[in-house]
Design a protein around this ligand. Structure first.
Ligand SMILES: Cc1cc2nc3c(=O)[nH]c(=O)nc-3n(C[C@H](O)[C@H](O)[C@H](O)COP(=O)(O)OP(=O)(O)OC[C@H]3O[C@@H](n4cnc5c(N)ncnc54)[C@H](O)[C@@H]3O)c2cc1C
Ligand SMILES: Cc1cc2nc3c(=O)[nH]c(=O)nc-3n(C[C@H](O)[C@H](O)[C@H](O)COP(=O)(O)O)c2cc1C
Length: 605
């Protein structure tokens, strides 16, 4: 009966009998969850094409606000979705599109665009934004005299090139003739208040015009479902509403004599219904170390029970410092506010030179600054110098095809002595040493569609993952094994010593034995006099890498962003020049074509 109704509805919607029969065949074997996903996916596709329909009907200007976001680790995407929901609630016609899915030439038909974009690498555009960013910078960028725009940047003032990508978009759109709706806002890590103010300004500016345009326009087609396809399968648990999971296991997987302490972490997601895919990251909220908080309170001459108000609620000083505020990273905004109470000439001088200040803070936690420059400050004043803690992300090291309702991570414990005291990283210390097995940890999945196995299981894969960079490749191989994918797999791994630091050694040996992994190239830097890193192994194997690439291999890089990712990229360029007989320029083009085809993907941090 329902099939008859559906067929009638389908035919009424313009499907012919043949199309209806194909759809029926293709969906007959799907379970309810798959059908739900598919319905959202198709709606998302409709969203992507509908603006074009609208443009055909009215090619001068679109009649809605387009929110374009470029995000790497999900923040800009969440902010964009939040803005969309707010505008929907007051009936401002809006669509939301990831820059990765945006047809660049459409820009010149838009009337109102807001750009919400983060910055990554060393002042670089997030992967999703690279194509649009370089299109706008290039000669083919159109004149945009009819466009009204605004830019919101997400970044981190600890980086030298703060919100650089937002600055680039803002300047370029202006140069191309577009008109600002309001000035660009560059947000630091604690962006909620700035974002809310920016939302209000834009809403105020566009409300009348867009609502009026909508009323006048009988032609305009406003997409009714503005959820990006990737959001459809999103879990109910998010960064702001995480799932309280249980730590199952935290096991050191580096040897007793290793210079590194790396943990294999297993977390239960039981009953949460959370789904993730290899390539995704897990967001982890942590608690600060109680000993650190006590030392800080003592250093400040304050009391644990001092009462403070924070974000509209009352807390004890101890509680808010353990659970809410960032203590293990320091940052320029803290130094600036704290300096008012420290009243110290040396600290004030540091504030005058941004790059010196950044270098100083990179080596110090909040408590180091407090110890070095004591201040006369009360509990409320001190709390007001601090920013809210941010969850840390960890590349997921498991596939649900293998571990079902668990999620595994590979976490390097940040632990060091400095300024006469021992220090630990906030989240890595929590997961590795402070949280007991069976204890609770708040988590959420951060999707990363820019780090995905090829759709075709026959496609060969090259994985470059030294150190904790190995994590997502363990997930990749679990997935490929479960899917019985026949494509070849090649791992490049490195760490200081073979006997101490070969992470998941027995698992990789088993993958090799079972024919899942076809090649492993190892670089243990300290096992010989001269340091050897993965990029050196790549150069040695250059001819073979090039052959794999020519056969369609996808290449993945995970791990250290500061040095490794750049050295690996240089090695790749070198390989293409040498084994592809290409000029420098052609090799750069080859690599950027790989990137554009999503065959060269990075998950670096
Ligand atoms: C997408 C993504 C994926 C990631 N995946 C992984 C992963 O799989 N595994 C993993 O281990 N990490 C991963 N990370 C990094 C992770 O998110 C955290 O940044 C890392 O664990 C440190 O966090 P923490 O809270 O322990 O340390 P924090 O509290 O953030 O402290 C780190 C700070 O301590 C300071 N510091 C560190 N060492 C020293 C030193 N020797 N001297 C002086 N100061 C120092 C530095 O200022 C540094 O910024 C990933 C990051 C991203 C963005
Ligand atoms: C590896 C890495 C590099 C970053 N580089 C910069 C940078 O150069 N400039 C900046 O302002 N912020 C930088 N950031 C901070 C991000 O822009 C910030 O965390 C932002 O909220 C991320 O938004 P997204 O999740 O939408 O990508 C970097 C973050 C990471 C993890």
């Amino acid at each position: 009966m329902s099939s008859v109704i559906n067929q009638a509805t389908g035919l009424a919607a313009g499907l012919n009998v043949n199309q209806w029969s194909q759809i029926h065949q293709a969906t007959a074997a799907l379970n309810p969850q798959q059908l739900t996903w598919l319905s959202g996916y198709l709606a998302g596709m409709a969203q992507a094409v509908q603006p074009n329909v609208s443009m055909q009907q009215d090619s001068v200007v679109a009649k809605f606000l387009t929110i374009l976001y470029g995000s790497q680790t999900g923040n800009a995407k969440s902010v964009a979705q939040e803005f969309k929901a707010k505008l929907d609630a007051i009936n401002i016609p809006t669509k939301i599109v990831s820059m990765a899915d945006y047809k660049q030439k459409q820009l010149k038909t838009e009337s109102h665009v807001v750009i919400i974009v983060s910055t990554h690498g060393i002042g670089e555009a997030p992967d999703d934004a690279v194509a649009l960013h370089s299109f706008l910078a290039g000669k083919k960028a159109p004149k945009l005299n009819d466009l009204n725009f605004a830019v919101l940047g997400l970044g981190d003032t600890s980086y030298e090139f703060f919100c650089q990508t937002a600055k680039d978009f803002d300047k370029r759109l202006q140069d191309l003739g577009a008109t600002r709706i309001t000035d660009r806002v560059d947000c630091d890590v604690d962006y909620d208040a700035d974002v809310a103010a920016w939302f209000d300004t834009i809403t105020h500016q566009v409300k009348d015009e867009l609502s009026a345009k909508r009323a006048k326009s009988s032609q305009s087609v406003i997409p009714s479902l503005n959820v990006h396809p990737s959001a459809v399968v999103a879990s109910q648990y998010t960064k702001k509403a995480p799932y309280t999971a249980t730590l199952l296991e935290s096991q050191k997987i580096t040897g007793r004599d290793s210079v590194k302490d790396i943990r294999h972490i297993e977390i239960s997601l039981e009953d949460s219904g959370i789904q993730y895919r290899p390539g995704d990251a897990l967001g982890v909220w942590f608690k600060n170390d109680i000993r650190l908080v006590d030392e800080l309170i003592t250093a400040l001459g304050l009391q644990r029970d001092d009462s403070i108000s924070w974000s509209g609620d009352n807390y004890s000083l101890h509680n808010v410092l353990v659970n809410k505020l960032e203590l293990t990273q320091s940052y320029p905004a803290f130094a600036t506010k704290y300096a008012e109470y420290a009243n110290n000439v040396e600290l004030n001088a540091l504030l005058d030179d941004k790059s010196v200040l950044r270098g100083y803070l990179a080596q110090r936690q909040i408590i180091d600054v407090v110890r070095q420059y004591p201040a006369k400050v009360n509990a409320q004043q001190f709390v007001d110098t601090l920013r809210m803690m941010t969850p840390r992300l960890y590349s997921i090291a498991s596939s649900q095809a293998e571990v079902e309702d668990e999620v595994h991570l590979t976490v390097a414990l940040v632990e060091y002595d400095a300024h006469g005291h021992g220090h630990q990283g906030g989240a890595s210390g929590f997961l590795s040493t402070r949280l007991d097995e069976g204890g609770e940890v708040n988590v959420f999945v951060e999707r990363n569609d820019n780090f995905r196995l090829p759709d075709d299981g026959n496609t060969p894969v090259i994985m470059i993952g030294p150190g904790t960079g190995i994590a997502p490749f363990r997930a990749f191989m679990q997935q490929r094994e479960a899917e019985e994918a026949s494509g070849e797999n090649w791992l490049f791994f490195g760490n200081p010593n073979y006997t101490q630091d070969f992470l998941y050694q027995t698992e990789w040996q088993r993958f090799v034995k079972d024919g899942i992994v076809n090649k492993v190239s190892l670089a243990f830097s300290r096992d010989q006099e001269q340091k050897v890193y993965v990029q050196h192994r790549m150069i040695e194997q250059g001819a073979e890498i090039y052959r794999w690439l020519e056969q369609g291999a996808h290449i993945y890089v995970c791990g250290d962003a500061n040095h490794m990712a750049k050295d690996v990229q240089d090695a790749l360029v070198h390989i293409v020049i040498e084994h592809g007989a290409k000029s420098d320029e052609q090799a750069e083009q080859y690599i950027s074509d790989l990137r554009r085809a999503k065959r060269y993907q990075k998950d670096v941090y």
